[in-house]
Design a protein. Structure first.
Length: 504
């Protein structure tokens, strides 16, 4: 038998099958397009997403059907997204993406006029922000009343997958906490917030545990996906939590560093923490997918997305060289950079800043360009800028009492030894990599195994994950990067007061 982990992200989806020891047996990945209808909006086509999900599940399931048929599916999905569904469970508007979408700024400001950030944080553990689900639903009410009236539910992709598989949908606590509407102390809806925001609680699906059984897939839904009838679907959870679990990050002092479209630091701990510095740094406190655990986040909203932007706009030479030598263009880009601090500073705020600022009005910027600046210097500036943002978040999290002495990197970028060494050098924190290429899928598959009773406790994941390489900070580089980091921080503060809202 095998356990299938499904990981639905911002730019693509993956499915991977694992045996009970955590060995990956097969995997499929497929991209889908990201739409930017306006400068402050970021959307996905739910119909194209579902077709991609169907293909990756089917490909993986058929690969293992004869030897290790899939017995259960766990689901890892992007957080903070919202899709309005009609009474039949069909999408009636595109999926609004999480941190990259800035349309609901005025709705978030309205909420703050009626409940303070401090009160909201103490109640939900969530920092008030436009990327959360409820301001986006209010945006529909205020700007698309036709859609709002037609919507029977507002759903994340966890519930959409349940619906598509013919099951009764539910939302796990790790994703429900991202809505800004769940009481973190009682583990129930914070109904007073529904009243404040004027939102009907009936617009959401019921709450459930991350490793609870959502149901069994019937013949009509199983056959097109290459599955046997009776495969169990486990509720699943927030993708960053699933990645942290799949990376084996289950103890204080460690954090997962997920490298994808955005770059996310996920710190895990076993008590509910509502200290003010976690609010001031916008790191929050949420329900983890592991029973009895909580998490806080620090993130760079555009990490891989900036590298992708470079590839698609300025990187024609690297793309052509990659084709010629049958290599990944990102490897060509990263390996072309000098092994020293860049002479160019890049603020990677292409969709606003991540934590600790969380300023959606900021914009990306290049500083220090000269006539001898070449492509490799620009790429190095991008890489350095992303790493400086990680360091800023580590400092912010430490000031909130979350001291991180080890980073465990997962995701596509973790395959680059050069970039992992750069992260260790700039952050002055050891960076570990594992043999797990799809940590989000493994975390989701582990939840599926818990739902079947195969794994007794969250700590069992450590039997599946081992460190393959450790990148220690190089002492000879620490002083060089410390000096440029201070310049970066100074530059960051200077642009803070610029009014980018005037740019259309």
């Amino acid at each position: 038998m095998s356990l299938l982990g499904l990981d639905i992200g911002t730019t693509g989806c993956k499915a991977a099958a694992f045996d009970e020891s955590g060995k990956m047996l097969s995997s499929y990945y497929e991209e889908y397009p990201l739409y930017i209808p306006e400068a402050d909006q970021c959307e996905l086509d739910p119909h194209k997403m579902w077709k991609a999900v169907q293909r990756v599940i089917r490909g993986t399931a058929l690969d293992v059907k004869s030897s290790d048929p899939v017995k259960a599916i766990g689901i890892s999905t992007l957080g903070d997204s919202v899709t309005p569904l009609d009474k039949n469970g069909d999408p009636i508007y595109r999926t609004i993406v999480g941190a990259a979408d800035r349309r609901a700024v005025s709705q978030a400001a309205w909420i703050e006029e009626h409940i303070s950030r401090e009160e909201l944080f103490k109640l939900t553990g969530a920092p008030l922000h436009a990327y959360c689900t409820v301001p986006k639903i209010m945006w529909f009410r205020d700007n698309r009343p036709d859609i709002f009236r037609q919507a029977a539910k507002f759903a994340g992709w966890q519930e959409i997958i349940h619906t598509k598989l013919g099951l009764a949908p539910s939302m796990d606590y790790s994703l429900a906490g991202r809505t800004m509407l769940v009481n973190i102390l009682t583990r129930d809806w914070a109904f007073e917030l529904f009243d404040i925001c004027g939102i009907d609680p009936g617009l959401f699906f019921p709450l459930a545990g991350s490793n609870s059984v959502a149901g069994e897939i019937g013949p009509a839904h199983a056959e097109p996906l290459g599955l046997d009838p009776g495969v169990r679907v486990i509720t699943g959870g927030f993708d960053q939590c699933c990645c942290a679990m799949g990376a084996g990050v289950m103890e204080p002092g460690m954090a997962a560093l997920t490298l994808g479209t955005l770059e996310c630091i996920t710190a895990v701990y076993d008590i509910c923490r509502l200290e003010t510095p976690l609010l001031e740094g916008n790191h929050g406190c949420g329900f983890h997918v592991a029973d009895g655990f909580y998490f806080s986040l620090g993130y760079v909203t555009t990490s891989g997305a900036v590298l992708r932007w470079y590839r698609d706009t300025l990187g024609l030479a690297e793309v052509q060289e990659a084709k010629k030598h049958k290599q990944d263009p990102y490897d060509i880009m990263i390996n072309s950079t000098p092994d020293r601090p860049a002479n160019v500073f890049v603020l990677p705020y292409f969709t606003g800043t991540g934590t600790p600022w969380l300023d959606l009005n900021q914009r990306g910027a290049f500083f220090g360009l000269s006539l001898d600046t070449d492509r490799s210097e620009i790429i190095k500036g991008i890489l350095d800028g992303i790493c400086y943002e990680v360091k800023l978040n580590l400092e912010s999290m430490e000031s909130a009492g979350l001291t991180i002495s080890r980073l465990r990197a997962v995701g596509g970028g973790a395959r680059s030894h050069r970039w992992m060494q750069l992260k260790a050098d700039i952050t002055d924190v050891p960076v570990e990599t594992t043999g797990i290429t799809e940590a989000g899928c493994l975390g989701a598959a582990f939840l599926a195994g818990q739902g079947l009773g195969i794994y007794a406790s969250p700590g069992d994941i450590n039997n599946m994950v081992s460190v393959s390489k450790i990148f220690e900070p190089r002492t000879s580089f620490k002083e060089k990067y410390e000096e440029t980091y201070l310049c970066y921080k100074d530059l960051r503060e200077r642009v803070k007061g610029l009014d980018f809202k005037r740019l259309k």
